[in-house]
Design a protein around this ligand. Structure first.
Ligand code: TRP
Length: 380
């Protein structure tokens, strides 16, 4: 049995709901997670007793892929759980250690976009990984109990090493990426981690490490569960997955003119060569964006008018650009306000870091005790 509920109904204070029913998200707990049968029971999963933790490396401004893939879910979860969201700047160093010059600006851009997208520091804790040193201490302690092959067999380790050939990723830090990620999660004794399927193997490793730790030293950590979020596919301008490394993104807070220019470069039905050829929305990349942004009426109308060649691709691009611009206007406006007052970002982080530190410090007291690395009473 799966626990399902609609995200938009969870966040009455989030005013941004310009999406079609098709795009509205459903979340469900991962396999093996709690089974609840009624709405009343779902209330048990409330902020008081369940912690959600998630993070993203600072890769700069949020694009639509990040937004639909993660941030929009984060916004919806704020009122369901005690949510901790952080910028993984140490993780950025695992691959960008040779040139860390862009990390600081990327931290600002990421958090500014998160706030613009609707994360609210009064309803969730937003913090910066490197400001909570307990992650590093726990990472060190976990490294003592983690068998090397467990890290070596994480699929993303070899894949990324092979893909990012221009970087030397044969480092201790890079191998330890999922171990640091484990520390990030369990230092808050998090119950749920909203992750994409690509992160599932990392979370499986985290669970194994927790079991090993608890077996060795006693029950310190809960086993974190994946909170798989059913996310719509967001193609890039060229039809491949939207990703910064492909250079095919649309920024969540891009200006109206940027959006117009980008949408004009979008791939459409490759078989539709002349204006009078009927198009096929099923294989049109542009049409995918209608599914994300347009109302059912518009979707039906465009579908019909494309198939009957009443509108051409350029007409449709113009329409699409205006729909995206309008849908994202509230987010863009919030980002402009933040731009004028950057302290909104740093203040949110400062407050969040403090809350995170308190929770993490509590965990470390228990960990040190469990591992017998605790000398407080002798060092007074
Ligand atoms: N690996 C995540 C990313 O792609 C970032 C991350 C670091 C993370 N630690 C985490 C995600 C803990 C979830 C939980 O950017």
């Amino acid at each position: 049995m799966l626990l399902r509920w609609k995200l938009e109904s969870q966040s009455p204070q989030c005013s941004f709901t310009p999406f079609t029913p098709a795009a509205k998200l459903r979340l469900h707990s991962g396999p093996g997670a709690f089974c609840h049968s009624s709405a009343a029971q779902t209330k048990l999963l409330n902020k008081q007793n369940h912690y959600v933790l998630s993070g993203l490396r600072p890769t700069g401004r949020v694009h639509l892929g990040n937004y639909f893939g993660a941030i929009r879910n984060w916004v919806g979860l704020q009122d369901q759980y005690r949510c901790f969201y952080f910028v993984a700047d140490w993780h950025a160093l695992t691959s960008d250690y040779a040139d860390p010059s862009r990390i600081r600006a990327s931290v600002f851009d990421a958090v500014a976009d998160w706030l613009a997208a609707g994360l609210d520091p009064s309803r969730c804790t937003i913090f910066l990984q490197s400001e909570v040193k307990e992650h590093a201490e726990l990472h060190l302690l976990l490294s003592m109990v983690t068998p090397l092959p467990w890290l070596e067999r994480v699929p993303t380790f070899k894949e990324q090493q092979q893909q990012l050939v221009e970087k030397d990723l044969n480092t201790y830090g890079f191998l330890g990426y999922p171990l640091l990620q484990t520390a990030d999660i369990i230092v808050y004794r998090a119950n749920f981690v909203p992750v994409g399927e690509d992160q599932a193997s990392h979370l499986e490793l985290s669970r194994e490490i927790v079991r090993r730790f608890n077996n060795l030293y006693g029950p310190v950590f809960p086993e974190p569960q994946a909170l798989f979020t059913a996310t719509p596919k967001v193609p890039g301008l060229d039809g491949r997955k939207m990703s910064k490394s492909y250079g095919n993104t649309i920024g969540l807070t891009a200006s109206a003119d940027e959006i117009r220019a980008l949408v004009m470069t979008m791939f459409t039905d490759p078989n539709r060569i002349r204006r009078k050829d009927p198009g096929n929305p099923d294989i049109c990349n542009l049409f995918q964006f209608h599914r994300l942004f347009s109302t059912p009426d518009v979707i039906a109308r465009v579908d019909h008018e494309c198939r009957t060649a009443q509108i051409g691709c350029v007409d449709d691009k113009k329409l699409m650009a205006e729909i995206i611009i309008e849908s994202l206007a509230p987010i863009r406006e919030r980002r402009e306000k933040i731009e004028k007052d950057p302290s909104m970002v740093w203040d949110a982080l400062k407050a969040g870091n403090q809350i995170a530190r308190e929770r993490a410090a509590e965990t470390l007291v228990n960990v040190r005790k469990a591992m017998n690395i605790q000398y407080d009473e002798l060092m007074k």
